[in-house]
Write a protein that binds this ligand. Structure first.
Ligand code: ADP
Ligand code: MG
Length: 654
């Protein structure tokens, strides 16, 4: 069985409307151990043939068999494996990766073959020594001469065994001395058992081979042995390195390799990497700072609210946890008295308010009657438009005087009538009108103010408590207690006492400014949520920036991608590398972004020790997760486009 067999192979290039038949019905056998030169004028199809032989490309027609395997039946991964294990490529322009040193360039095919670090380093060093480059291991390609670079690429071709060496115009870019040296080297490799196929347009170079195949316009016009009969097999791989085929390897190994390669690539393009990280940094810094500030503000509000309500507890009727329609006991004077007897209580202040019938002449309606002391109306923000407020004398004398709001006035009087000095009946008692106020604003559930539809009247609290027959119910009680007591403990005491009085039903609620507090905290949460979302958008913008840079990087590095594929990288290896590169960019950017708020937090906690502002481990973890997600999200497209590239086209790009 021939090592390579071409049966009626054609290769048609179609680009748009034009078609080029680069190979036209080529049939050819190459045996193991041969040294073949492919000759022909420029454009005769030599490189096309070479690419087919090296499994970089597939024929459009005919069959190509390598080791008996039909190429058109292989998947792209299997083709990559074949390139990795069987072939070694030597290109006219060396095609070394510029940011890797000689040894790492040589190691590359072994990386994709899954050889462990130590072993592949040993092989690379041994090969480079054998090729006279033992003192150039850490030199990068631009620090090496052309001949040295070509020898590095030979070492690279040999590291996985290199049973078949494919050299496309290997001397094309070399001076004649280096070229001659290279040919001697190829001859030696052939003598060691490597099959060597070389493309040249130079007859002298070709004369080194044992067989010359000449192409013209995509057809074979000559196929002749030079010195020995065609197809005489030489001994196979007597002294070459054993072939490397994919070992089981640890599953993390390819990721580690991709990480190393990505770091090298990022390092090779430092300024650009840093600039594209900056977008992510700003996004992360914004999100983290705003979240941290929001948290700090909330804590601050909670602490100050606790301080403000420390010595005051408001007991209100009803409780929103109570099931709908449950029986409700009102707060009574008995409750107030019971609470007053609790230890630590300094005062219990009931707030009186109830609905009573009001009548003047023939007009009557229900109004809300409030028991107040002088100044309460002012405190409520209402303005007395006529007459006067409740005075101390009214309270002392339990006078039957009343201040109407203008709604109550309109209900009971006609617009021409003056209410001041008139007597209205509240419940069953006559009250003298002493003042008129503007109606109170009430706020609806959305916080919009509206005027109540029904009137409100204000009478002295003493009168309310003693004379207005409303069963002495109160809307709420404010319990004042000495500041030493703990609010939590005190609240529990009050709760237990009231529960006992109300038969175990919690039809009341205890509030230490917590309503306001929770509204405020809720508002802050919403606000910082919205701000974080806006900051999150800047993070996305950063992600788009990373995607953009990655796309540029992919198109700039097509040659690198082509080289990696030629030495045996699978599509997924290429995808993985670019994906990791993008994740790395994002995560490094994210860490940079965390440094700023961290610094601010350090300074803040130094300047305002009371305001705890810190970057938690959760924030760190979450940020890194977010960065990874963004890296994957925005790196996916570039990584895919890199992996989808054809090695031939990628290599042809310069
Ligand atoms: P050689 O290596 O002998 O100079 P090639 O194999 O590179 O020749 O090219 C053979 C013919 O195919 C040429 O006419 C060339 O223009 C054409 N060709 C090569 N590669 C492509 C491609 N990717 N797309 C279209 N035409 C191509
Ligand atoms: Mg060519």
């Amino acid at each position: 069985m021939p090592l390579i067999a071409l049966e009626h192979v054609s290769r048609l290039y179609t680009s748009g409307a034009t078609e080029v038949l680069a190979l036209d019905d080529v049939s050819l056998h190459i045996e193991a151990g041969e040294m073949v030169a492919i000759m022909g004028a420029s454009g005769s199809g030599k490189s096309t043939l070479m690419n087919l032989l090296g499994c970089l490309d597939k024929p459009t027609d005919g069959r190509l068999l390598v080791d008996g395997k039909n190429l058109s039946e292989l998947s792209s991964d299997e083709m990559a494996a074949l390139r990795r294990e069987t072939f070694g490529f030597i290109f006219q322009r060396y095609h070394l990766l510029p940011h890797l040193d000689a040894a790492h360039n040589v190691e590359l095919p072994a990386v994709y073959a899954g050889l462990n670090r130590r072993e592949r380093r040993e092989r690379a060093v041994a090969l480079l020594r054998r090729l006279g480059l033992g003192d150039r291991l850490t030199h990068r390609p631009d620090e090496l001469s052309g001949g040295q670079q070509q020898r590095v690429s030979i070492a690279r071709a040999l590291i996985n065994g290199g049973r078949i060496i494919l050299a496309d115009e290997p001397t094309g870019a070399l001076d004649s001395a280096s070229g001659a040296e290279l040919l001697v080297l190829l001859g030696e490799l052939n003598a060691l058992g490597h099959t060597v196929i070389l493309v040249t347009h130079d007859a002298e170079v070709a004369s080194q081979a044992k067989r010359i195949i000449e192409l013209r316009d995509g057809r074979i016009v000559r196929d002749a042995a030079v010195s020995e009969p065609v197809g005489q097999p030489a001994p196979r791989e007597t002294a070459g390195l054993p072939t490397v085929s994919d070992g089981p390897g640890h599953w993390t190994a390819p990721w580690r390799e991709a990480l190393t390669m990505s770091l090298t690539a990022l390092n090779g393009n430092r300024l650009r990497s840093v600039l594209s990280m900056l977008g992510i940094s700003i996004g992360i810094a914004a999100v983290v700072s705003i979240t941290a500030l929001g948290d700090a503000a909330r804590t601050h509000v909670q602490i100050s609210a606790q301080e403000a309500s420390a010595s005051k507890l408001v007991v209100a009727q009803s409780n929103r946890n109570l099931p709908f329609g449950a029986p409700l006991q009102s707060l009574t004077a008995r409750d107030a008295a019971a609470l007053r007897s609790l230890p630590g209580v300094t005062a219990v202040e009931p707030h009186y308010s109830s609905r009573v019938p009001a009548r003047y002449g023939r007009n009557n309606d229900f109004v809300t009657a409030n028991g107040v002391v002088g100044g309460d109306i002012d405190l409520n923000g209402q303005i007395i438009v006529q007459g006067r407020d409740i005075a101390d004398g009214d309270l002392d004398g339990r006078s039957q005087v009343v201040v109407l709001d203008s709604l109550a006035k309109e209900t009971l009087f006609t617009s021409e009538e003056s209410a001041i000095g008139q007597r209205v009946i509240l419940g069953a008692l006559p009250f003298t009108v002493i003042g008129i106020v503007q109606p109170a604003y009430v706020k609806d559930s959305l916080g919009k103010p509206y005027f109540k539809a029904q009137g409100t009247v204000y009478i002295p609290r003493t009168t309310y408590a003693t004379k207005l027959d409303t069963g002495q119910d109160t809307d709420s009680l404010t319990v004042h207690f000495s500041a030493q007591a703990s609010i939590e403990l005190f609240r529990e005491q009050v709760r237990q006492r009231l529960l006992a009085l109300h038969g175990g039903i919690e039809d009341f609620s205890l509030d230490s400014n917590e309503m306001l507090n929770s509204i405020f905290t809720g508002l802050l949460t919403k606000l910082s949520g919205v701000l974080s979302a806006i900051a999150g958008i800047s993070l996305l913008v950063g992600g788009v920036g990373v995607m953009n840079i990655m796309l540029v990087s992919v198109s700039e590095r097509t040659r690198e991608i082509g080289i990696r594929m030629a030495v045996g990288a699978r599509q997924r290896d290429v995808r993985r590398q670019f994906l990791i590169e993008s994740v790395l960019l994002c995560c490094l950017g994210g860490l940079g972004g965390l440094a700023l708020p961290w610094l601010v937090a350090q300074i803040m906690s130094f300047v305002f020790p009371g305001m705890p502002l810190a970057i938690s481990w959760e924030a760190l973890g979450l940020s890194l997760c977010a960065c990874t997600a963004i890296g994957i999200l925005f790196g996916n497209l570039p990584a895919r486009s890199a992996a989808a590239m054809s090695p031939v086209i990628a290599l042809a790009r310069d």
